[in-house]
Design a protein. Structure first.
Lengths: 285, 285
């Protein structure tokens, strides 16, 4: 378990506080976005990729992106004196009355929350994780796919399918049966020569470490294709790994009853990914 | 426009207040449900249907349904001295830390908010409404379909497609192209002998007035079939109407460039539906 735990600090629109109005559209409709960043050495990792995805989401949802300088200043303040943790940046469309129609002059609300560092077992990235398949389908909507928006009931219900703490992750399929990824991770299959990862144009989230993995693979000359994957492709794969901003990269050693040898994966890529994913690069001390 | 407007009163877990913790899972993930009830003569309409849908949603999301007696008491208190308005009952899974995994002992949060009465033009139900089709697809997820959960970004983005106040509603299709219904209404087509309405087993919401319409049609001997509908079925239809807990029933007089004669609809059913949808039956003075 990634130890939920209470927030350590929280800034709402730059002011210390822990409560928002019930009229916030993030609550009413999930009308907003979030980013979850690993904090190391007092600074967030993959800052640029998280900001870019947030900006893309704001454009697609149709409200102003918070200024980078504002976010950077608030993050630096929030992380003062902090070495390691998890930074959650949540942006909603702000207050609204009743009804779906957004205001023509939205005033987005920024909610920055600092949590304790993740406590995933170290052996999960060293020796691989056990994963399972979930029955809960992933939401399908081409307009929302890829974004890290606040409509996450599908992941919540999929994650509620198991409580065995030795199972690290569950894989989800879309309504049509295509494999999409984990409840909180992206999936990569290795066929011995190249990588395959589910396209996120109908379902799923374009993870920051997913993007990093694709970029590193390109630099290292490893082919990587975004495609449709069926359950049979999981069995056929020589190996697989999962990516996520907090976990970095987890090789999979077992999926349901099927075993994989993490040593068969392209270990140079895995190591580079592990290092890069945890490189502090954002604002901080 | 259905005048958004600020809340008149709000009760959170039975206590007057307007703010919730940022850790509420309703905000984090849309992990909750809501009901929007018309209030007339100081009491909510279609109370039983709203409670039943809420209870079904709680069971499907896997957290305890608030006791009916608790809700009834809180609603009666909230509506004291009020004649007409809109009552929003929102229930979330309650507080949670970071991460999708729900607590094993969820403590749902009840948020009851009272808004002013809807101000839809009277002629909309007398002479029919103008509707349009939306580009934004409805989310597809068979496990979530039918529920009035808090993951409503698809309706928000569809509703943001137009600002012309003379257009009452927009119709949405699922990712596969099937017609699902309006952004905030259910759709019925009339072929001169019976009704057709989109099935809500993949996308869409099982509206309370939709259920009422189907029950009334059965009583009146009017066949009504839940089915898949394509865009061509809209053009072929002799007439159509929209249902919603606040609007009751709206005949459609124009959809995009296509005109329909509201007088061709089964007017006995429309009238009965209009009356029943606005019959106060819940707790109150």
């Amino acid at each position: 378990m990634s130890g939920p735990g209470a927030p350590i600090r929280c800034l709402i629109d730059g002011v210390s506080g822990r409560r928002i109005p019930v009229t916030d559209r993030g609550l009413s409709y999930g009308d907003g976005l979030f980013e979850t960043l690993l904090v190391r050495d007092g600074r967030p990792c993959q800052w640029r990729r998280h900001l870019d995805r947030l900006a893309l989401g704001c454009r697609r949802l149709g409200f102003p992106t918070p200024a980078e300088s504002t976010l950077a200043g608030e993050v630096a303040g929030l992380l003062r004196g902090i070495d390691a943790g998890v930074l959650k940046v949540l942006v909603t469309r702000g207050d609204g009355g009743r009804g779906y129609a957004p205001r023509s002059d939205p005033r987005p609300r920024r909610i920055l929350t600092l949590f304790g560092a993740p406590d995933y077992p170290t052996e999960w990235h060293l020796r691989g994780v056990v994963a399972r398949t979930c029955r809960t389908p992933a939401n399908q909507n081409p307009l929302l796919a890829g974004l890290k928006h606040l409509n996450r009931l599908d992941s919540v219900l999929a994650r509620a399918e198991w409580s065995d703490p030795s199972v690290a992750e569950g894989l989800m399929a879309g309504p049509g049966g295509d494999i999409i990824g984990g409840t909180m991770t992206n999936l990569f299959l290795w066929d011995g020569a190249g990588l395959l990862t589910p396209a996120v144009d109908g379902c799923g989230i374009a993870g920051t470490v997913r993007g990093l993995a694709m970029d590193l693979a390109a630099v290292m000359g490893i082919p990587c294709v975004e495609t449709r994957l069926a359950r049979a492709d999981l069995i056929r794969a020589r190996g697989m790994f999962l990516t996520n901003s907090l976990a970095g990269v987890w090789p999979v050693r077992r999926l349901d009853a099927h075993e994989y040898d993490p040593e068969d994966l392209p270990l140079g890529l895995i190591r580079a990914l592990w290092q890069e994913a945890q490189s502090p690069e954002g604002p901080g001390q």
